[in-house]
Design a protein. Structure first.
Length: 318
């Protein structure tokens, strides 16, 4: 009898083709989370689970799939999975590292440029037919050359973002648990407090952990330089969204660019009405090429585990 793989939501066809060659698939080809009871009842004897970041893989979920051997998360972060429960069951957990580094760094750069050059309000201004000719102060933006960019979380994505902003002529400082081996000598390691107080742009790329949840709170937003810019392409829960709204409304910050939200997919209502914020629907890795590579990597991890091999993208438990 073939082993069975439960796929919780839509993924690119490349991943499906790889899996269906060897296994029986129960594939929920939908673009939003499926109710937990329905998922479990659709394949209670699943040997493998391929899930998305929006799926909450709790201890109860894991306990109700007794044959489960591997969870492949279609994401880099694994904060949606109860790792302790998986470890206790000796279930392997895999993610999709590296392949989405450049796509996410590109999106962060896009948000930075959109915010600082006021591209969304300028676009809307044109569409409303209000452009009547060139003016010296029309949508005058925020120059980047010679400014300081502070990066919170200097992993692979943070490092890739640093490379991009340096090309624009920005100085880079970063805060990390340790001095980053991937950061070049042009990037300076500083404390989080110094980074926040001295940077013209603060971009957060840290993983979501107990220590980092809510790391950007009102106190830290108020400590940022007046007229600075905040970016988040990491995880929404890293930020107190209400506090961010407050400093945007008062004009303490020039603006913000957000790809993730604290209560995703819900977005703080006040963010929707602010014209100094650029909002994106969690599309950091959303290039066709990247999403296909993620599907292949997640599928290959399942193939490896169910065939007795060790996947290259195994998440190591602490």
């Amino acid at each position: 009898m073939k082993k069975r793989v439960l796929i919780t939501q839509h993924i690119p066809e490349t991943g499906i083709r790889l899996l269906e060659k060897q296994f029986d698939l129960v594939y929920h080809d939908v673009r939003q989370p499926v109710q937990t009871e329905r998922l479990i009842s659709s394949c209670p004897d699943a040997d493998a689970l391929l899930c998305l970041l929006s799926d909450k893989i709790t201890s109860d979920f894991i306990s109700r799939l007794p044959d489960l051997k591997v969870i492949a998360n279609y994401a880099v972060g694994v904060n949606n999975i109860d790792l302790h429960a998986a470890k206790n069951r000796k279930i392997l957990v895999c993610n999709t590292p590296d392949v989405l580094t450049h796509a996410t760094a590109d999106l962060a750069l896009g948000l930075l440029l959109a915010v600082t050059r006021q591209l969304i309000p300028a676009d809307q201004f044109c569409r409303r037919g209000e452009f009547k000719g060139w003016a010296s102060d029309l949508f005058a933006g925020f120059g980047l050359q010679g400014k300081q960019c502070g990066i919170i979380g200097m992993g692979k994505i943070g490092t890739a973002f640093a490379e991009r902003v340096k090309v624009l002529g920005m100085k880079v400082v970063y805060s990390n648990r340790n001095v980053s081996g991937s950061a070049d000598s042009a990037c300076t390691f500083v404390s989080l407090d110094e980074l926040i107080q001295t940077s013209d742009v603060v971009s957060i790329h840290a993983p979501l952990t107990t220590e980092t949840r809510g790391i950007m709170n009102l106190e830290r937003f108020l400590a940022m330089k007046p007229g600075s810019v905040f970016l988040n392409t990491g995880r929404g829960e890293l930020v107190d969204e209400g506090a961010l709204v407050q400093v945007l409304k008062t004009g303490h910050l020039f603006g913000a660019g957000l790809d993730v939200f604290e209560r995703e997919p819900e977005i703080h209502q006040d963010l929707l009405s602010l014209n100094n914020v650029v909002l994106a629907p969690h599309i950091g890795s959303a290039t066709i090429e990247t999403r296909e590579k993620m599907a292949i990597m997640a599928a290959q991890a399942i193939c490896d585990v169910l065939n007795g091999l060790t996947p290259t993208n195994l998440v190591l438990f602490s």
